[in-house]
Write a protein that binds this ligand. Structure first.
Ligand code: TYD
Length: 215
């Protein structure tokens, strides 16, 4: 594979989407080929699955159904968007990926991280990101940011109780401790400019350490 697969992870209102687009702009100004995409979604079929999963009216959705739908959307997005772009040598920046399922479904929905990982590795045929940037924020701060931002759609998972979001945060922190080589933590509690700067620093370190990858 010629490209690099980088994922952006974090709880609600961590600002990761804003940071992702800012980083994309900087990389493009340097002449790099960058693709920004997101999960669930990022391809026509996967966007349709997204609408089913996140519809606030679907209160009766079973936790395993939810996990399977995320994995189905992931598979389709991978095949239609991520893999072809990586083959083309692009830097693929993806807003959420497998770690979201491990923490939201594995821990938040109590399905178990190991089972959710196994099911997802079937969906991705074992593909993992080269680098994962985890944006860490206290859920109370993150959710307050979302409430202020009226443009962002309010989805079924935002409606979960604060406890759920604290569990999600702890699960992300545990994953980052378990896989320090792949997952880098960025504190997302400061202003957005500082968060973009810390992210840029981490990313350039990563790309400099692997110069063959940053062409
Ligand atoms: P989105 O509106 O994209 O929110 P955000 O800006 O926080 O990324 O909604 C995605 C929601 O789906 C978010 O609440 C996290 C959740 N999610 C999972 O529970 N499992 C997953 O595997 C993925 C990709 C997302």
């Amino acid at each position: 594979m010629k490209g690099i697969f980088i994922t952006f992870e974090g709880g609600e209102g961590a600002g990761k989407t804003t940071v992702l687009h800012a980083i994309k702009d900087i990389l493009e100004k340097q002449g790099k080929r960058v693709v920004a995409t997101r999960e669930p979604g990022g391809s026509e079929i996967a966007e349709k699955i997204r609408r089913i999963i996140l519809n606030p009216d679907h209160t009766e959705m079973d936790a395993r159904t939810e996990a399977l739908l995320y994995a189905a959307a992931r598979r389709q997005h991978l095949v239609e968007t991520v893999l072809p772009q990586l083959e083309n040598g692009a830097l693929v920046l993806c807003d959420r990926f497998i770690d979201s399922s491990l923490v939201y479904q594995g821990v938040g929905r109590s399905l178990g991280v190991d089972d959710v990982l196994k099911m997802n590795l079937f969906a991705t045929a074992g593909l993992m990101p080269a680098l994962t940037l985890y944006f860490d924020v206290d859920p109370a701060i993150g959710l307050a940011r979302i409430e202020k931002n009226s443009e962002r759609e309010f989805n079924r998972l935002d409606k979960e109780k604060l406890d759920f979001h604290y569990q999600v945060r702890e699960a992300y922190q545990a994953l980052a401790n378990k896989e320090p080589e792949r997952i880098k933590t960025i504190s997302a509690e400061k202003d957005i400019e500082s968060v973009i700067e810390s992210t840029w620093q981490l990313l350039t370190e990563y790309l400099t350490d692997s110069p063959e990858k940053s062409e």
